[in-house]
Ligand binder design. Structure first.
Ligand code: 8YV
Length: 314
């Protein structure tokens, strides 16, 4: 067994857990309190996923902790301030998933606009002989509003250009080097969008950014797509807006209380649902695992880290 000891922050995908266990002494996330207290002085790293929670209390209970390696680009569940205060570095896996999440986003947009899941259900249920489905709506040429303009948003925008979409965005500040229209608030952006795509980090700074006012601005022909974090959208306000026809529809890959999806959303035909699969292909998840493992290996070899989160960059 390796003398390097690593704690899993949550149940990790076998693709990440298996190589971790082969290289290190890996403690499961559900270790009992006595076993955790016994191992705590020797645990040098935490391995996490994008959805893991790592609290200040956990960080402060591990005196030998050096690194938290997140297999995911999002790290809103990690108390980065507490980690930094202890000199613990947090790493994540940006860039390697940009194409995948962007592909998924365009797929969800097409699914909700063209009602592809309903079309599939219609044929499978043997309903085609009874008549056609209602006409759906065109996506090409429509107005796309991106809430967030990071690396994944840019990959979405590039793809949307091939659909001749008019592209606008909101972010903390306008990016002078981009040809897209900037709005300084989600409500102003929503008022000028047919598809409002949420692709901004989760966490306290974006909690319920998409609220009833933004949904009203999006309007009765507007579609909301969330591929960011469930926390960014006020889910109760979204359900109310969908039920009242305040907006036309939604495609959601993320939810407030995953893996639980409110029955009201499941019951609505104008909503397309996915179980947080934005980056979930064999190829992309492997690239994310490799980067997460690479950060651990670099730390233990005393080499520079491959992808620290922005707050932890020197
Ligand atoms: C995964 C994600 O769900 O990267 C992220 O932030 O949300 C996803 O790609 C997951 O975190 C993989 O561990």
């Amino acid at each position: 067994m390796s003398t390097l000891e690593v704690l899993a922050a949550s149940k990790l995908a076998p693709m990440y857990a298996t190589p971790l266990a082969a290289r290190y002494t890996l403690y499961p996330h559900d270790l009992d309190a006595a076993a955790l207290a016994e191992a705590a002085p020797r645990i040098r790293a935490i391995a996490a996923s994008g959805e893991s929670k790592v609290s200040a209390a956990l960080i402060n209970s591990l005196p030998a902790l050096e690194l938290i390696s997140v297999m995911g680009v999002g790290y809103d569940g990690i108390d980065v301030a507490a980690a930094k205060a202890r000199g613990v570095v947090v790493t994540h896996t940006p860039d390697v998933l940009n194409d995948e999440v962007a592909d998924t986003t365009l797929g969800l947009m097409l699914c909700v606009a063209r009602q592809l899941p309903a079309a599939d259900r219609h044929v499978r249920a043997g309903l085609w002989p009874q008549g056609p489905l209602p006409l759906s709506r065109k996506m090409s040429g429509a107005r796309l509003g991106l809430v967030g303009m990071g690396r994944i948003a840019k990959a979405i925008a590039r793809r949307a250009q091939a659909f001749d979409m008019a592209i606008a965005y909101t972010a903390r500040s306008a990016k002078a080097d981009l040809p897209y229209t900037y709005y300084d608030s989600p409500a102003k952006l929503a008022a000028q969008s047919d598809f409002l795509v949420v692709i901004t980090p989760g966490g306290a700074g974006t909690r319920k950014l998409i609220d009833a006012e933004v949904l009203r601005a999006l309007g009765p022909n507007g579609i909301l797509v969330n591929v960011a974090r469930g926390s960014v959208v006020d889910e109760a306000a979204l359900i109310a807006a969908l039920q009242a026809g305040t907006i036309a529809g939604a495609a959601l890959d993320v939810f407030e209380n995953e893996p639980h999806v409110p029955q009201a959303l499941i019951d609505m035909p104008n909503v397309v649902l996915a179980p947080h699969i934005g980056s979930a292909t064999v190829q992309t998840r492997q690239a994310m695992v490799d980067l997460a493992l690479g950060n651990l290996a670099a730390q233990f070899a005393g080499q520079p880290l491959l992808s620290p989160v922005p707050e932890c960059r020197a």
